[in-house]
Design a protein around this ligand. Structure first.
Ligand code: 7TS
Length: 401
């Protein structure tokens, strides 16, 4: 049996999405900007795709949704753009982000620091959540931007973006949110939330890889990312990714259709699976379920190195993660677990299971059996588990690389 439980890293493309994209490779391949029928053949697909994308985040027509190549691009762009449009030319020099943003935000913020910006990294509390009050406390008259993700990729924690948006509006500070892990998992509405910029990526909601977007509210500024033929309103030149736009549109429509299913059925499957996992002794989940996206579990098995667990799971055909795939090249502790202040031995034991609407009960039953067997095997050979039973907060992290 092969079981895919790494949907926060990427997702299977919905077959309906693939079907809609297909004609745009061999049949309707024209450059949309050309002046002939090969071009105009592509226009209805682009129009429908864009309409579905706008509708999916409740964006009014007068706001902008600019298609990019991924969320990493959107995140880099919005931060660097704030630097060029608001900081370099004005009196502000400060941005606020959380310490558990995706590396595409953190690394960009560090780059801006090297350019002379001040950056505040907001802490998360013991539940892995951001307290909106810490945003307000960190804002000064020098603050240009707050960037806090909608939902965290490691824990699934949903951050208080509505409150943060209101605080930013009150203090006249721009607000960007990375909504990559929110689309299709919790309602995303840029009109009822005070969001100035918002990032998302098609491959996280059963669309194709290589297509992302940056939403911008009317009246806000953005530095053109790619100068050239003035596609995408001049913000991002380059021949449009027609199939990608068609695919992201269809994927967005499907994600919105399936939202209730995610928030009821998938949530229930996740909760039952989590209940079973927590029956294994010395296991921990930090963020309360009702404050998480419906598909995510970040769980620690005391005494078991995350990578060892992944190995056992993988041998049985199960794909999970120790956290962000972006960081798994090096054997670092889970960054969210570290930010929460977990003891180092626990921070190395986190495993992320992320479900999707394609996950079945059979797959979870099978996974549970494999996890149970893996826990027995790995704790049996774990020196740290034998020496550091529950409640014993020794720094005995004897399992090292
Ligand atoms: N932002 C968040 C919150 C993410 O989770 C990811 C990918 C990205 C941005 C980057 O998206 P991309 O479109 O540039 O690929 N996160 C993960 C993850 O959690 N495991 O692997 C990739």
């Amino acid at each position: 049996m092969k079981v895919y439980l790494d949907n926060n890293a990427t997702t299977i493309v919905d077959p309906l999405v693939f079907t809609e994209m297909e004609p745009y490779f061999v049949q309707r391949y024209g450059n949309p900007n050309s002046l002939h029928v090969f071009a105009s053949d592509t226009h209805p697909g682009i129009k429908t795709g864009m309409e579905k994308i706008y509708a999916g985040i409740h964006s009014p027509r007068e706001d902008s949704v600019i298609i990019t190549s991924c969320a990493t691009e959107s995140n880099n762009w919005v931060l660097k753009s704030i630097y060029f449009e608001y900081i370099l030319t004005g009196k502000k020099n400060h941005i606020i982000i959380s310490e558990v943003e995706h590396p595409s935000i953190i690394a960009t913020a560090r780059f801006l620091e090297s350019m002379g910006c001040k950056v505040t990294y907001l802490p998360i509390n013991h539940e892995g959540l951001i307290d909106a009050q810490t945003v307000e406390d960190s804002i000064t008259d020098k603050t240009a931007l707050v960037s806090v993700m909608w939902a965290n990729n490691e824990t699934g924690a949903i951050f208080p973006v509505q409150e943060i948006g209101n605080i930013c509006e009150k203090h006249n500070v721009l607000f960007h949110t990375d909504a990559v892990q929110a689309i299709g998992k919790t309602p995303v509405d840029v009109q009822s939330f005070n969001v100035d910029y918002l990032t998302f990526s098609a491959h996280k909601f059963h669309g194709p890889k290589g297509v992302g977007a940056l939403y911008m509210k009317k009246g806000k500024e953005l530095m053109p990312l790619l100068h050239g033929g003035a596609q995408m309103g001049g913000y991002r030149s380059g021949t449009l990714n027609v199939a990608g736009i068609v695919g992201m549109g269809k994927a967005m429509e499907q994600a919105i259709d399936a939202l209730d299913f995610e928030m009821s059925e998938i949530r229930e499957m996740r909760d039952n699976f989590e209940d079973e996992l927590l029956k294994i002794e010395d296991t921990f989940v930090v963020t309360p379920r009702n404050k998480r996206t419906p598909n995510t579990i970040l769980i620690s098995f005391r005494g078991i190195e995350g990578e060892s667990m992944l190995w056992d799971l993988n041998r049985s055909g199960i794909g999970a993660s120790t956290g962000s795939a972006c960081a798994s090249e090096d054997l670092e502790a889970n960054s969210v677990m570290e930010a929460i202040g977990a003891a180092e031995d626990l921070a190395h034991t986190a495993i992320r299971f992320s479900l999707s609407r394609y996950t079945t009960q059979d797959e979870l039953d099978y996974t549970l059996n494999v996890v149970n067997a893996a826990v027995l095997r790995l704790r049996g050979i774990s020196s740290s588990y034998a020496y550091a039973p529950e409640g014993h907060e020794s720094g005995l992290d004897s399992h090292h690389h």
